[in-house]
Design a protein around this ligand. Structure first.
Ligand code: SAM
Length: 395
């Protein structure tokens, strides 16, 4: 019998700190990624920061070589081993191409077929699931819809008219995200970041780097919590003692007694050489920045001066191997490409200043701004611009 998947969340109180390893370790093997949401290009950049090597992308599907670290990615909906991506033609042709090259594992199996981005002409999830299920039965596989050991997942992507398939690799990232949304935490301020975006930023900045992640202006601890949940050594810092106490409370609430490697300190992000704990100095490999803006969050300097000072200060405490930075800036909503990319020609209007201020900021620093830019809409008058920069090791 066919089955269409619905993935459910569970309380973070029942989770362990997320393992960075996918349960079936096949690092380097070819796999299909089904990417979440509308900002597909950002989701893929996150996967690449975690070591995924992309061969090809079609809409919300990507084919490439995986690493064990993908288990912590926020932008991945499914990781599928041993499969492929095909241009859509028909139910029958698709089933024939799967059966030609699949290698069903031993044990209890089931088939799940689902759609991303709406309905694709002449496609039937039921026909595909029934047909693939029939072939599995013919091969003497045990079909078990309730407790399968292996799930053959098929993803019909209407955004690209392609279909991806493979054996599902279990992941935990989606679990508990709803329960740890900012409004659910003990300490809330309107500045709090969405956990998915915070997770993506943490992975972009420190994905496979392995040193210390610095959340230099931690506020309520949005990045800090995701760093802790992914098992990274993380330092959160804020100039405001109320934020420091609140971030600590949120961190302990999110971790619920489980061991972690995160801490929160009162300090000035423009003077990290003196305010960062000695154990983290010279070991920063990832910097995440969500600088103050608006009535709810006041910076210690003007917006560009503050950022310039924080970037300069971070180079003094960066690892000898260099560091990556993910900067999130509030901007007026803009039109992006279908995959969330902000084209070079698109006029970006930060809430404070101009795009030229951003360029000047990085040009005057030791950080190189990467060309890719992405945007996530917050509401009718606010969006977030996501930028990625790299600080080379000192020569
Ligand atoms: C937009 S909020 C960060 C929100 C955070 N990402 C969250 O999820 O809650 C910016 C924070 O920067 C802090 N801040 C401003 N200047 C600072 C400085 N020089 N050093 C450290 N923190 C600073 C503010 O106190 C504020 O909490």
């Amino acid at each position: 019998m066919p089955s269409v998947t619905t993935l459910c969340g569970s309380s973070p109180r029942r989770q362990g700190v997320e393992s960075t390893a996918l349960r079936r370790s096949m690092a380097g093997a070819t796999c299909v990624l089904a990417l979440r949401g509308e900002v597909t290009a950002l989701a893929l950049a996150e996967a690449e920061a975690l070591g995924f090597q992309t061969d090809v992308r079609h809409g919300r599907l990507a084919l490439g070589h995986r690493t064990d670290d993908l288990g912590v990615a926020a932008g991945i909906y499914a990781v599928l081993d041993g499969g492929d991506i095909h241009a859509w033609t028909s139910n029958e042709a698709f089933v024939a191409s799967v059966v030609e090259r699949w290698e069903p594992p031993k044990g209890r199996v089931c088939v799940r077929v689902e759609r991303l981005g709406g309905r694709m002409k002449d496609s039937s999830t039921q026909t595909i699931a029934r047909s693939l299920g029939g072939h599995l039965s013919d091969m003497a596989c045990v079909i078990d819809l309730d407790r399968p050991e292996h799930v053959l997942r098929v993803v019909l992507d209407a955004t690209s008219h392609h279909v991806g398939w493979g054996w599902d690799v279990p992941r935990t990232t989606r679990e508990g995200v709803g329960a740890r949304r900012a409004g659910e935490r003990p300490f809330f301020r309107p500045v709090s970041l969405d956990p998915y975006l915070a997770r993506t930023a943490v992975n972009l900045a420190n994905g496979s780097r392995g040193g210390v992640l610095l959340d230099a202006m931690t506020g309520t601890g949005g990045f800090l919590i995701e760093g802790a949940l992914t098992g990274q050594e993380t330092v959160g810092m804020d100039l405001d003692p109320t934020m420091v106490d609140g971030a600590k409370a949120n961190l302990e609430w999110a971790m619920d007694g489980r061991a972690h490697r995160a801490s929160v300190v009162l300090g000035d992000a423009t003077a990290l050489a003196s305010s960062l704990p000695a154990s983290a100095r010279g070991r920063i490999t990832g910097l995440v920045l969500d600088p103050p803006y608006g009535r709810n969050s006041h910076g210690s300097h003007g917006p560009w001066d503050l950022l310039a000072r924080v970037l300069a200060s971070t180079t003094e405490v960066a690892s000898p191997e260099g560091a990556d930075c993910c900067l999130i800036l509030p901007i007026a909503p803009i039109t992006t490409a279908d995959d969330g990319v902000v084209h070079d020609s698109t006029k970006v209007e930060p809430l404070h200043g101009s795009w030229e201020d951003v360029v000047a900021l990085f040009e005057a620093s030791a950080w190189s701004l990467r060309p890719e830019r992405w945007s996530v809409r917050v509401h009718g008058s606010l969006a977030r611009l996501i930028l990625h920069a790299t600080c080379a090791p000192p020569s």
